[in-house]
Design a binder for this molecule. Structure first.
Ligand code: NAD
Length: 462
């Protein structure tokens, strides 16, 4: 794709107010592949005005017509899948197969799910002598991270548009080209001018201006807990709605009755996929003490095999951060059984798939989100101990439980303080609500729960 040197505002590509640009770097070879405009508060203001002007018309558009536009958007995303996958590989570094199946594929399913929901959701209901109207919240400021560049955008924009909201998107600075492709797709799908707007730019400049803008009714943010906390405070001060999808430190609990080899293999693949840059990754593997040594050996072998296939992490800063955590793990007494802090290649921001054994719950690598291909294996004594360890972080985004019997795994999952749990390797479901307990966030994305985030109720009494 060719990068745009403008921003998509009010249905057209226009130059930014300033002249600064952001360089987009390919993390596999460290080369600059494009530049995009670094938006300013003025650009954000122009985009919010465009969204505000478009909002009443879109909100009044019958849901069936909104559904038709979303179906068209899904079709464009499907038709441009190869280009999307190539762009994600170029700016994020993910291996081509992952880019095609997950980065380009999942957004098609999610956009399709909101085309269906817009057509079928009951935007009006009866409650006694009242009619309850489910109305769009208004102008949405969406701020997204780089790790699943298109998925994170579609998981916000598709439900917002289905609800009848207008959107201003500020995507991550590392992956703006995918966001530009998405804006092209919105245009091609015939979504009216101003209903979706794109401002590329830096978080503390354009992102902050969007979160603070008085005419934004809802801020939907996905990213780090540190930034999320600030955005929550700003939104709270202005009494505006906020949805926060933040970090995670999810547990993969392998109960003694489980198929150990399968649970370990799937667990390692889960952590290494996307170079460990998945907020819901099961970065803590919990194994019963009697099976511990066997699990460690299986995990070390699986991680070593993964070495050839893993992509780089997104940028030099992330690489340094992940290496810092690996060094800290060693310093705090964990036992390195695969990988390590050394760079496996001379060029590119690569990290070796890394596995730590003898990790205890209080260690930094067992508590903090690393966001790299690093797995910690912890030992538990019995089920209650496993539960204490699983629930023993500030996060609660996802998790996994493995057992010989599904109901045994479900009984354990019910006791976990987390928003999603995969039972014996359950598959991703684009309709299942996704979001965090505790400091992993506020609100839910995907499916009907994702749609209702963008709606507010009005009750009419008769
Ligand atoms: P980040 O918080 O640094 O950035 C996320 C977005 O916020 C980017 O668009 C960035 O430009 C913007 N931003 C940064 N500072 C800002 C500010 N002061 N005001 C407004 N916007 C600002 O996070 P990241 O490094 O891009 O992403 C990694 C983090 O995201 C990880 O912690 C990960 O767990 C989390 N994440 C969570 C989910 C989820 O659904 N829960 C999904 C993906 C990533």
């Amino acid at each position: 794709m060719k990068a745009h040197d403008g921003m998509y505002i009010g249905g057209a590509w226009r130059p930014g107010a300033g002249s600064d640009v952001i360089e987009v770097v390919n993390p596999a070879d460290e080369q600059v592949i494009a530049t995009v405009p670094a938006g300013t508060a003025e650009d954000v203001d122009t985009a919010v005005r465009a969204a505000r002007a478009a909002f009443p018309g879109w909100a009044a558009t019958p849901p069936a017509e909104r559904a038709a536009r979303l179906a068209a958007l899904r079709d464009v995303l499907e038709a441009r899948k190869d280009e999307i996958a190539e762009t994600v590989t170029a700016e994020l570094g993910s291996p081509p197969a992952l880019s095609r199946t997950v980065h380009a594929g999942v957004p098609v399913a999610v956009a399709g799910s909101y085309a269906d929901l817009a057509a079928t959701y009951a935007f009006e209901e009866k409650a006694g002598n009242s009619t309850v109207l489910h109305e769009p919240v208004g102008v949405v400021g969406a701020i997204t991270p780089w790790n699943y560049p298109l998925h994170q955008i579609v998981a916000k924009v598709a439900p917002a548009l289905a609800a009848g909201c207008a959107v201003v998107l500020k995507p991550a600075e590392d992956t703006p080209l995918t966001a530009q492709l998405f804006a092209e797709a919105v245009h091609e799908a015939g979504i009216p001018a101003g209903v979706f707007n794109l401002v590329t730019g830096l978080g503390p400049v354009a992102g902050q201006a969007l979160a603070e803008h008085p005419d934004v009714d809802l801020v939907s943010f996905t990213g780090s807990t540190a930034v999320g906390r600030r955005i929550g405070a700003v939104a709270g001060g202005a009494v505006k709605r906020v949805a926060l999808e933040l970090g995670g430190k999810s547990a993969n609990v392998i109960l003694p009755s489980a198929d150990l080899a399968k649970a370990v293999a799937v667990g390692v693949a889960n952590v290494m996929s996307n170079s460990g840059q998945t907020c819901s990754a099961w970065t803590r593997m919990l194994v019963h003490r009697d099976q511990y040594d066997e699990a460690v050996e299986l995990a070390a072998t699986a991680a070593a095999k993964y070495g050839e296939r893993i992509g780089p992490v997104v940028n030099a800063k992330q690489q340094a951060r992940v290496r810092g955590y690996i060094e800290k793990g060693v310093a705090e007494g964990a036992r390195l059984v695969a990988g390590g802090p050394e760079s496996p290649r001379e060029q590119g921001y690569y990290i070796s798939p890394t596995v730590f054994a003898d990790v205890t719950p209080d260690m930094t690598i067992a508590q903090e989100e690393i966001f790299g291909p690093v797995l910690s294996i912890l030992r538990y004594e019995d089920e209650d101990d496993a539960l204490r360890v699983a629930n023993g972080t500030v996060y609660g985004l996802a998790g996994a439980v493995w057992a010989g019997d599904e109901s045994e795994a479900v009984a354990f999952a019910r006791r976990m303080d987390t928003g999603q749990v995969d039972i014996n390797g359950g598959r991703f479901n684009p309709l299942a609500p996704f979001g965090g307990y505790k400091q992993s966030g506020v609100g839910r994305e995907l499916g009907v729960h994702g749609l209702t985030e963008y709606l507010q109720t009005k009750s009419l009494q008769f």
